[in-house]
Design a protein around this ligand. Structure first.
Ligand SMILES: Nc1nc2c(ncn2[C@@H]2O[C@H](COP(=O)(O)OP(=O)(O)OP(=O)(O)O)[C@@H](O)[C@H]2O)c(=O)[nH]1
Ligand SMILES: [Mg+2]
Length: 469
């Protein structure tokens, strides 16, 4: 007789009485297939006051690719602002299309509902900071500060501090602007000579030559020119300025496709840094340690370049500047044993991130391969799933040679990202585009100087705009 008292399922209950926002959220949380329906209804029936919870839930669950997200259905229920917010989150977290995400967040930000406005502003703020647009971030911050819910106060304070530090230092001239760092490449490209010209064969030939000279690479340049010619014909483009705009968009598209940042959400997190002699590995590690530290993480450096004593000392200097711990061995010690010690140390002290500096010798591929594999094996044995990042450092000055180096390293091990250094001193900045297009590995950071602040998260849009301005 128990069947008589069978408990109604959440879904049945909601069918009978849909005006229960919390329960819709419960359903979304429990049943991934009902995620968007649940979220849309939760927001719909709650007059917006569940927006934050709902959006947080969506962000947590969004990596399930089988979720069927029907934005028009959501919009029917929640109105255009929340739908834009959700679209933005999908673009950012699922499709990784930052410019689209930004457009959606900007739309949602126009909402007059403070809940919607805050969460859109908060997403926009994080995005702007990731992309180094600190001035715009500052403006948004000042606008959303008065409508910040209590649960977000602490986060907003942290962001405020970060913006103040960066913009303050830029003003003082300590921070070199990204644009300054690309001065030489911009001058070499000198796109202004292509303005106001007639679009003909001669124009395309000159453009082709220029792109190749800037180290965009023959393969990539030919693809680009071919595309531009086709589009010029199709759209009957006569003005060269229009072609330049198209070129800009195409370059951004190539770079955005391979955009990526460090995935430092979990801990402990291991970053293994590779690259040939003198490309800037140790310097980059110092800069990165400082940056990650300012984001509130505890960092430990492992001096696994035991090939020469000076290398260990050099890393010590950087550890000191960045105010981080360092684990080292003696000159000539087994690099893998240094890494082993470093891992025991971060485990014991519960540090967040371990960064491993290695010796940059490529003249003996066999040995290098063995050494890299040995270190990797130790790391993954002691910390399953690590290293999360294997960063390859390349020197922009070496132009096309950087591509060959990357290919050689790719044969030895997986590379999760590239750091391109010394962009400040070279006219070969076009190599950024060749790297993305030919190697299909994301550039995560770029180096634009020797100082500790001269490392930037790579921002494709900012990069392309700086080449043209
Ligand atoms: N201008 C400029 N110089 C840089 C940049 N990054 C590194 N350097 C310089 O490049 C030189 C080599 O840097 P290191 O960090 O020692 O290079 P490494 O890859 O660790 O070298 P090895 O340990 O010998 O393999 C140093 O003089 C750095 O100051 C950058 O982004 N811009
Ligand atoms: Mg070094």
């Amino acid at each position: 007789m128990l069947g008589f008292f069978k408990k109604k399922s959440l879904e049945e209950e909601l069918k009978e009485n849909p005006a229960q926002p919390e329960k819709w959220l419960q359903l979304a949380d429990k049943n991934i297939k009902k995620l968007t329906e649940g979220i849309a209804n939760a927001i719909f029936y709650s007059n917006g006051d569940l927006v934050i919870n709902a959006v947080t839930l969506l962000k947590e669950k969004i990596s399930y690719r089988d979720v069927d997200i029907k934005i028009d259905k959501i919009e029917e229920k929640t109105g255009k602002f929340t739908a834009a917010l959700i679209s933005g989150i999908i673009e950012k977290h699922e499709n990784r299309n930052i410019s689209k995400a930004r457009n959606f967040f900007e739309t949602a930000y126009l909402s007059e509902n403070n809940q919607e406005k805050f969460i859109a502003g908060f997403e926009l703020l994080k995005l702007l900071i990731e992309e180094n647009f600190y001035d715009q971030a500052k403006k948004i911050l000042s606008e959303i500060e008065p409508i910040t819910p209590n649960s977000f106060r602490k986060k907003i304070e942290e962001i405020k501090k970060e913006i103040e530090i960066v913009t303050g230092e830029e003003k003082k001239g300590i921070f070199k602007s990204f644009k300054d760092g690309l001065k030489k490449t911009r001058e070499a490209l000198n796109f202004s000579v292509f303005k106001g010209r007639e679009v003909n064969e001669e124009f395309f030939e000159e453009l082709e030559e220029k792109l190749i000279l800037a180290d965009i690479g023959v393969k990539t340049t030919l693809e680009l020119i071919e595309d531009l010619k086709k589009e010029a014909k199709k759209k009957k483009i006569k003005e060269s300025d229009e072609i330049l705009e198209l070129l800009k968009e195409k370059l951004k598209k190539i770079l955005l496709k391979y955009k990526g940042k460090l995935k430092t959400e979990h801990k402990p997190f291991v970053i293994f840094v590779l690259g040939v002699n003198g490309v800037g590995k140790t310097t980059t590690i110092g800069k990165l340690a400082k940056q990650l530290k300012s984001e509130g993480k505890s960092i430990v450096l492992a001096a696994a370049d035991t090939f020469r004593a000076a290398a260990i000392e050099q890393l010590e200097v950087w550890a000191d500047r960045a105010d981080t711990r360092i684990i080292k061995g003696n000159e000539g010690a087994d690099p893998a044993s240094v890494v082993f010690d470093a891992i025991q140390s971060i485990k014991a002290k519960e540090d967040d991130i371990l960064v491993i500096d290695t010796a940059g010798r490529l003249h003996n591929k066999e040995r290098l391969m063995k050494e890299i594999q040995k270190i990797k094996k130790i790391v993954s044995r002691e910390l399953p799933g690590e290293p999360s990042e294997i960063l390859l450092v390349l020197d922009a000055n070496t132009g096309q040679n950087a591509i060959s180096q990357a290919k050689a390293f790719k044969e030895i091990t997986d590379v999760t990202g590239i750091v391109l250094t010394k962009l400040d001193g070279t006219a070969k900045g076009g190599i950024v585009i060749a790297i993305c297009n030919e190697l299909k590995i994301p550039i995560k950071y770029i180096g634009i100087g020797e100082k500790i602040e001269d490392l930037r998260k790579f921002n494709p849009e900012e990069f392309v705009e700086s080449l043209f301005s």
